[in-house]
Design a binder for this molecule. Sequence first.
Ligand code: 6PG
Length: 247
Amino acid sequence: MPPACIRIIRTLPTPADLFRGAADEFMRLGRELIAQHGRFAVALSGGLTPRALYSLLAQDYADFTWSRTFLFFGDERHVPPDHPDSNYRMVNQALLSKVPIPAGNVFRVRAENPDAAAAAAEYEATLREFFHLSANEVPTFDLILLGLGPDGHTASLFPGSDGLREQSRLVIANWVEKFKTHRISFTFRVLNHATDVMFLVSGSDKSDMVQEILGGQHEPPYPAQLVQPEGRLIWMLDEGAAGKLSP
Ligand code: 6PG
């Protein structure tokens, strides 16, 4: 039984405080890792919630050592990079186009490939090359950012989807029945091998699921409950999202 990860739950009063707290933690970790190892390898999350964090990083931390920061995507929608649903597009608009990060430090999923499985396999090869992995090795991200869906999904690992049972691959094309599409997603092998994982959850519409995830066991476990990284599991919540947690 792998050692239990260190679970930290931080509740900030407002969404603005939440994103400020997350930005400060991102920066603190980044400076520490770059000082120690000369680089900061991060997987970003998509969806709506993290956009405000990325904008804050661009606004207040343009002088950060972006040249030693390497950005990946924990999941991507099966669309081209200029599509409104593209996580890359959102991150590019909010952050990448505004900070001096070398293009070679940003590793997007080439989700324009009509063959989602091929796009996933290519992204896995990109991970293996960047982290110099041998066949059975798993990458260790310094930080993986994750969001939480109202159904308990995280990255693009949805309840009842095949991706929950993946034991060998690092990146998969996961069929999401409710959206009738594939999503390209990291598997739990990668998520649970990270040094730190930070969930960023805002708003009362997520409070029921936050309470379910943090407050108890569920059978089968929600995908977000299966995230148990090697190091720290940081839940960054605003009071809306934490509204149903018992004090
Ligand atoms: C995605 C995300 C996904 C997201 C949750 C929460 O590509 O959509 O990676 O896992 O984090 O769906 O999304 P919101 O932040 O939009 O509520």
